[in-house]
Design a binder for this molecule. Structure first.
Ligand SMILES: NC(=O)c1ccc[n+]([C@@H]2O[C@H](COP(=O)([O-])OP(=O)(O)OC[C@H]3O[C@@H](n4cnc5c(N)ncnc54)[C@H](OP(=O)(O)O)[C@@H]3O)[C@@H](O)[C@H]2O)c1
Length: 269
């Protein structure tokens, strides 16, 4: 399995998203059987227990990178430390591999949150720390104030959304980019260009969209609740897109391509 290395931490380039997955324990176990070595969950998904069960049942725990994310209302140090211990108890794993801030919370100083996450790393609760949904300005700040290296930024990323600026900022800071909603919640299917390129390679539009990202060194975490699609979304390494095909896909991005509401903000009070 190809990996993306950031600050010495290795992230398998294809992972499984588990938000809203049906029967998560079964799907996670099956994904690992197919060859996935990276599983993405979050406190907010309410499925850490089932995800942990699937990882344990696979018998391959030591090979798998398990990511979970701290919800934005729990980023103050005391809350964060308690919630990470609770996540680990729900997962019933030895350690969290990659611990992320799920969304920034402007009410909690970033230095405090990253200080607490770094402490959790030093105390052995997680092997690495990272962020999600961070802008260029927040990435600059995070890298300035974090005692431990920030290894990734997990962001919405697929052919219909231009993320050039934030990807460039990640590169500048030596961070991996992890693409969420990488098949645009199924929206890749039916796109004329992706379908057309897919025919040339005997691949589906979803596979072309995923290949477009991994070919740029971007980690992808597609989600499916269907066993047969686990294999489809993993079969990305037996074909290569030409420079012209990459350019055609690049042109699919448009201003309203974002799926996940960027203005989303919880009630902070
Ligand atoms: N950090 C964050 O704020 C954040 C936000 C959103 C998501 N995420 C993470 O990223 C993961 C993936 O993103 P996502 O769940 O939003 O969307 P996604 O992976 O882009 O799309 C999932 C949808 O596409 C369908 N699908 C899967 N494989 C397919 C294929 N080969 N062909 C056609 N349709 C296919 C799935 O249906 P079936 O299940 O029926 O196959 C599902 O409806 C999440 O599960 C979560 O772990 C993180």
């Amino acid at each position: 399995m190809q990996v993306v290395e950031a600050h010495g931490f290795k992230i398998p380039i294809v992972g499984l998203g588990t938000w809203a997955v049906r029967h998560p324990a079964r799907i996670v176990e099956q994904a690992i059987r197919v060859g996935y070595r990276h599983i993405d969950t979050a406190q907010m998904y309410g499925n850490e227990a089932e995800v942990g069960e699937g990882v344990r049942n696979s018998g391959k725990r030591a090979e798998v990178v398990v990511t979970t994310k701290v919800q934005p209302t729990l980023l103050a140090p005391h809350d964060l430390e308690r919630s990470v211990k609770e996540s680990l108890a729900r997962l019933r794993l030895d350690v969290i591999d990659l611990l992320l801030i799920h969304w920034p919370n402007p009410r909690v100083p970033l230095a405090e949150t990253l200080g607490a996450m770094s402490k959790m790393k030093r105390e052995g609760y997680t092997r690495a720390i990272g962020v999600s949904n961070f802008t260029v300005a927040l990435l600059d700040e995070a890298n300035k104030v974090s005692p431990e290296p920030v290894v990734c930024n997990q962001i919405e990323c697929h052919p219909f959304l231009n993320q050039d600026k934030v990807i460039a900022a990640c590169k500048r800071h030596g961070m991996a980019v992890v693409a969420y909603s990488p098949i645009a919640r199924g929206g890749a299917t039916g796109n004329r260009i992706l379908e057309h390129i897919g025919v040339a390679h005997a691949k589906s539009a979803a596979q072309v969209g995923l290949r477009y990202l991994v070919q740029q060194g971007i980690v992808v975490i597609p989600r499916t609740s269907r066993i047969e699609r686990l294999e489809e979304n993993f079969a990305l390494f037996d074909f290569e897109l030409s420079e012209a095909e990459m350019q055609d896909i690049y042109k699919l991005a448009h201003p309203s391509g974002r799926i996940v509401d960027w203005t989303w903000s919880p009630k902070w009070d």
